[in-house]
Write a protein that binds this ligand. Structure first.
Ligand code: NAD
Ligand code: DAU
Length: 339
């Protein structure tokens, strides 16, 4: 049995990853360590203990708390660490960078020290394409490109990547870094573009589009990313970085229009608002390295994935209606109220 620690397993990608690991393997056991911040939802993983007896355990805790982390490593005899715990929203990092540094940098240091102390076989860091900065109209990011993050969020992720590099070089830690583009799919918190537009359009609310709506993201269905993380954990080469992308470059306005058309809602709901400060223009990933070495490539076509995602949100209204309370409403008002 391989015992994997998945941190941030009650968030968007973590939830999808844990479900995929439990469904697609027979010899993996998952310990999910999550602080349950505003983005973590225990409901996402409800029932997994019963569905997969002896193969799933939830622990509430903070990756930046060394005592808690050491206890988890000691108690569970971990083989692999898959670190997804993070503050993940760029706009929130622009409001307040502090918690991003604490979790995304200091939390990683705590996990790395524990990985060395308890001699885990492999550390997998879930990083992001945003560490490369922004592209012009041409080209794609490859793993040899320099780090040039532009937001406090992406700077915190780049800092973690560099810290991991230092632990590989200095202490001989076995670690792999994955860098993926924009994920979409079930369980994504409705502060991110696709779920925000789906739920707002469904409720006939205005759809905030930053700037001129022409910024480009490379969209990947979350299940494809999760399959890549498992591949990197199983057979990635220690010390290597693997880019993943979805081969689906879209302008934001194209996405918003597609969602409106699918829901039969009027385009008059679109509201152009003030641009995000330091807004990266374009991301696009060259994933030829992981494809050549590990045989991974994205499988889900964007139009199919988007329909599956919209349908999921329509079928799970109570899931997002319960989330859109308290802190979220305050955040939403701060973000969009005055614009
Ligand atoms: P998310 O915000 O949906 O989930 C983050 C999870 O981490 C939540 O469950 C939260 O409770 C937990 N968490 C936060 N701080 C914690 C702490 N100190 N200790 C323990 N748990 C904590 O994020 P996501 O979109 O699922 O992203 C997961 C990871 O993937 C992040 O590291 C992110 O940088 C990376 N990533 C995301 C994308 C994307 O498009 N969403 C793309 C590439 C990489
Ligand atoms: O590229 C990977 C990254 O993708 C991850 O590392 C991040 O964790 C994840 O949040 C995501 O970052 P983005 O900033 O690209 O995602 P977001 O959904 O916030 O925004 C996507 C695009 O849509 C971006 O150009 C900003 C724009 N946008 C976003 C929101 C929330 C709008 O126009 N209106 C909005 O209301």
């Amino acid at each position: 049995m391989i015992t994997a620690l998945v941190t941030g397993g009650c968030g968007f990608i973590g939830t999808n990853l844990i479900r995929l690991i439990l469904e697609s393997t027979h010899d993996w056991k998952v310990i999910n360590l999550d602080l349950l911040t505003y983005a973590g939802n225990l409901e996402n993983t409800l029932g997994l203990e019963q569905d997969y007896p002896g193969r799933y355990i939830f622990v509430k805790g903070d990756i930046a708390d060394p005592e808690m982390v050491n206890r988890v490593f000691q108690e569970h005899g971990l083989d692999v660490i898959l670190n997804l715990a993070a503050e993940s929203h760029v706009d929130r990092s622009i409001e307040d960078a502090g918690v991003f540094i604490r979790t995304n940098v200091m939390g990683v240091q705590v996990l790395l020290d524990a990985a060395l102390k308890y001699k885990v076989q492999r550390f997998v860091q879930i990083s992001t394409d945003e560490v490369y900065g922004s592209l012009g109209p041409q080209g794609r990011f490859n793993e040899a490109m320099p780090l040039a993050p532009n937001s406090p969020y992406s700077a915190s992720k780049a800092a973690a990547d560099l810290l991991i590099r230092s632990y590989i070089k200095t202490y001989g830690l076995d670690a792999v870094i994955t860098r993926c583009s924009n994920n979409y799919g079930p369980f994504q918190f409705p502060e991110k573009l696709i779920p925000l537009i789906v739920v707002n359009a469904h409720e006939d609310k205005e759809l905030p589009v930053y700037g001129d709506g022409k910024n480009v993201r490379d969209w990947i269905f979350v299940e494809d990313h999760c399959r890549g993380i498992i591949t990197a954990a199983r057979s990635g080469v220690s010390g290597e970085i693997y880019n993943m992308g979805g081969d689906a470059e879209k302008e934001n306005i194209e996405i918003v229009s597609s969602i409106l058309d699918y829901l039969h809602k009027p385009h008059s709901l679109i509201r152009y608002v003030k641009d995000r400060p330091g807004h990266d223009f374009r991301y696009a990933m060259d994933y030829s390295k992981i494809e050549a070495e590990q045989g991974w490539r994205p499988r889900v076509n964007f139009d199919d994935g988007l329909k599956r995602t919209i349908d999921w949100y329509l079928e799970h209204k109570s899931w997002w209606q319960r989330i859109r309370t308290g802190d979220y409403l305050e955040y939403y008002e701060r973000m969009y109220g005055g614009r």
